[in-house]
Design a protein around this ligand. Structure first.
Ligand SMILES: [Zn+2]
Length: 323
């Protein structure tokens, strides 16, 4: 069965990594992430666009734009020019990352939220080009809660305390960030928005359902949140997948960059990890029996092949036209 991994960061340019793609009949949608205002992220665009150009049957890509430069009056104009160039080069979407709302600040210290008027023309440009905005805004709710060994996010926040917001008063709440994301979806009804990582509403599918019911231009990808999904009531999740079968995109959020540039032993361990990830991400959706997700035994969803085909393929093609 063909599957589109609609959210990852992997230029599979070695024999082993391509063999893995063949085994699962995968297509990759590689995503650029901007962590700076000077275009250092551009090497990602170069890597992902060139592999998509060489193997259009196996790769697509999503661009992004520089973080704000407050001393550059032409910042917005240049960001739009970059998008124009990337869309012409085949990018099917534009990503905005969690640093909007959590890290980027105006010179006066105020956070730049995703619905800030500064970047509104950039978002309007994405909509005007009939491209999709992939929004990874906020973090899992666990980010604002005390470290909890039982949480699927325990090791990430233990290893990345800079992103753990519990007890901090200098960052917006989860609720404020989600509201700012929702405002973008609401303000641009003609813009398709995909909320990465279950739209940062991984703790309860009812919260996602509310947005789906309110915003026809909103979908989510499952990437990096399989465990959150799998730990909820199986029947509730199955019904959610059936009811919203046109709004869920499949993806893993594997991160490697260009595999050929990794040390040989890292390449091997990455392929093992990717293989395990694909096994878990497919078994959970496909099997009706008990499956193991991140070391926890849960019941698989056993979805029909028609619904699987939507989640794996058709939804990615519909939400990212041009794919
Ligand atoms: Zn990602």
């Amino acid at each position: 069965m063909k599957r589109i991994d609609a959210h990852l960061h992997v230029a599979a340019d070695t024999e082993e990594s391509r063999a893995l793609m063949e085994r699962y009949d995968l297509k990759y949608m590689n995503i650029c992430v901007a962590e700076d205002s000077e275009g250092a992220w551009r090497h990602q665009a170069d890597t992902y666009s060139s592999i998509a150009l060489t193997h259009p049957d196996r790769f697509d890509w999503c661009t992004t734009f520089d973080l704000p430069r407050f001393d550059d009056p032409k910042y917005v104009e240049k960001a739009i020019l970059g998008l124009e160039r990337d869309f012409a080069a085949g990018a099917v979407a534009c990503k905005i990352w969690k640093n909007f709302g959590m890290e980027v600040r105006h010179p006066n210290g105020d956070h730049v939220f995703p619905n800030d008027s500064l970047i509104k023309p950039i978002i309007e440009y994405v909509a005007s080009q009939n491209k999709t905005l992939l929004m990874h805004i906020a973090e899992p709710l666990a980010c604002w809660l005390p470290l909890d060994e039982g949480s699927p996010h325990y090791s990430y926040y233990r290893e990345h305390p800079e992103w753990h917001m519990y007890g901090r008063t200098d960052v917006p709440s989860h609720q404020e960030l989600i509201a700012a994301r929702d405002a973008v979806v609401e303000d641009h009804p003609k813009l398709r928005v995909v909320g990465a990582h279950l739209g940062s509403l991984e703790y309860d599918v009812d919260e996602i359902s509310k947005r789906f019911d309110k915003y026809p231009n909103f979908a989510v990808d499952i990437s990096a949140r399989l465990t959150d999904f799998a730990l909820q009531n199986t029947e509730k999740i199955r019904q959610f997948c059936i009811k919203y079968q046109d709004r869920i995109l499949w993806g893993t959020d594997l991160v490697a960059g260009a595999i050929s540039k990794m040390a040989p032993e890292k390449q091997i361990s990455f392929i093992h990890y990717a293989e395990k990830t694909y096994r878990e991400y497919t078994e959970f959706f496909e099997s009706g029996d008990d499956v193991v997700v991140e070391g926890r035994t849960v019941q698989g969803l056993g979805l029909s092949s028609a619904i699987l085909n939507k989640i794996y393929v058709e939804n990615a093609q519909k939400w990212y036209p041009g794919m």
